[in-house]
Ligand binder design. Sequence first.
Ligand SMILES: [Zn+2]
Ligand SMILES: [Zn+2]
Length: 225
Amino acid sequence: MLHKVLYSYAGIATQILIQDPHFIILLDSGDGIIRDLLEENVVFPLTVPLYIFLSHGHYDHCGGLFSLLGFLRMLGQTSPVRIYYPAGSNEIKGLVNLFKSSYSDTIPFELKMCDLQPQTEIAITKEVRVVAYEMRHMGSTRSHGMLPEIPAFGYAIFKGSEKWLAYTGDTGINENLPILLEDASHAYIEATNLSAQHSEYHLNKEEAIELGRLTKNFTLVHTRK
Ligand SMILES: [Zn+2]
Ligand SMILES: [Zn+2]
């Protein structure tokens, strides 16, 4: 099982690939996901199940989903695709439902949508499981400022008893972050805000590095230059 950030830039896209002989997991699927997977030499159509765990409904985390599903449909993929997201992520639900209703008769793979509640555990194999942790996130736009809180999850992938990988998604400081990150063999921690810039719904570099001390190893993602 290998993990790699395919692309991550705040406000553009984030996608993290986990490859195993028996399955593929994607953590978020922003714009450019097909290109990124092809550049990684992932062979299509996939012959193993694809599990897509989305952290929240913002476009830079799920904007590539429709394209990816269309790509798999065109290639005649038959192995199943399962999409997991925080319950209440209406953008994600709407996007997948639009795909399903547009192509209902010609989707060659089983496509499952799964609303997740916090702390839900998904068994991928006997050894590998994914656990969802509630994070704290909200949108903001230049015209409307800060918007209400939205459903947002971080995910930990366990391999046996090892917390093999943790991913925060987009989040501000919250009480679940240490629980998600503690003792992770590797963690991808968002650091959207620039140094010393503080907000309720993203971490800055210093906050992310401080949280990284809880892990065995970490990389900052979703940064801006
Ligand atoms: Zn984002
Ligand atoms: Zn976001």
